[in-house]
Design a protein around this ligand. Structure first.
Ligand SMILES: [Zn+2]
Length: 212
């Protein structure tokens, strides 16, 4: 099957990706180089499971919640809507409640984080458009399969209760964080976001792509 449009919505690890404060910063080191070893380039990666564009599984916040290896791969290939969000502070129910959302849809929020380039600066800012707990509740009511946001977390910075993560992951909805939707028009797509198959994993970097 040939697609007319294929959008890479992943940020590049190493310069565009944003390290969350306190989490393991992304680091890549060349251990061998072709020049010095006469053989090959060989690099080491040090990173968080939540570095760059990544998926959070229910196990991230829920004890004995679903892990990467407990989900079939088709759960990472989803019918998807990209939704424009005008509110520059938060995703709130008012911009979602009139959408035609089918149960099982993934919802990706294209916010000011994408439009302004804020999502790929490489350095963390405490101010970004986040997913309000009220909008998270609406996603649960609509039975969406995954929510995606164009910043390294869905949660308002400083909210130590993590209400949006708990609400979403507690209802077996996956979270896709750290995407860049700047080039993507709103509308319907197929989302591909395949995580690494990590035993017991609560999260994994992904290459996220939209097709239509
Ligand atoms: Zn995460």
């Amino acid at each position: 099957m040939k697609y007319e449009n294929i959008y890479d919505i992943s940020v590049r690890l190493g310069d565009e990706s944003i390290d969350y404060p306190g989490d393991t910063p992304y680091f890549r080191e060349l251990i061998w180089t072709i020049k010095d070893s006469g053989i090959c380039d060989l690099s080491k990666l040090v990173m968080s499971a939540h570095s760059g564009t990544h998926i959070d599984m229910p196990a991230h916040f829920i004890e004995s919640g679903g892990t990467l290896d407990s989900y079939p791969v088709q759960d990472f290939i989803l019918p998807t809507q990209v939704v424009n969000i005008e509110d520059k502070e938060a995703i709130r129910p008012v911009e979602l409640k009139n959408l035609n959302i089918e149960p099982g849809d993934a919802l990706l929020f294209k916010t000011y984080n994408s439009v302004s380039g804020h999502c790929k600066t490489g350095s963390f800012s405490e101010r970004f458009v986040y997913l309000s707990p009220e909008a998270a509740e609406l996603c649960v009511d609509k039975e969406v399969s995954l929510v995606g946001i164009d910043y390294i977390t869905i949660e308002r910075y400083g909210d130590e209760a993590f209400p949006s993560h708990r609400k979403i992951l507690g209802n077996n909805i996956l979270v896709l964080e750290g995407i860049n939707l700047n080039a993507v028009p709103s509308g319907r797509y197929t989302l591909l976001c395949l995580p690494l198959k990590i035993k017991g994993g609560e999260a994994s970097p992904v290459r996220a792509v939209l097709l239509r």
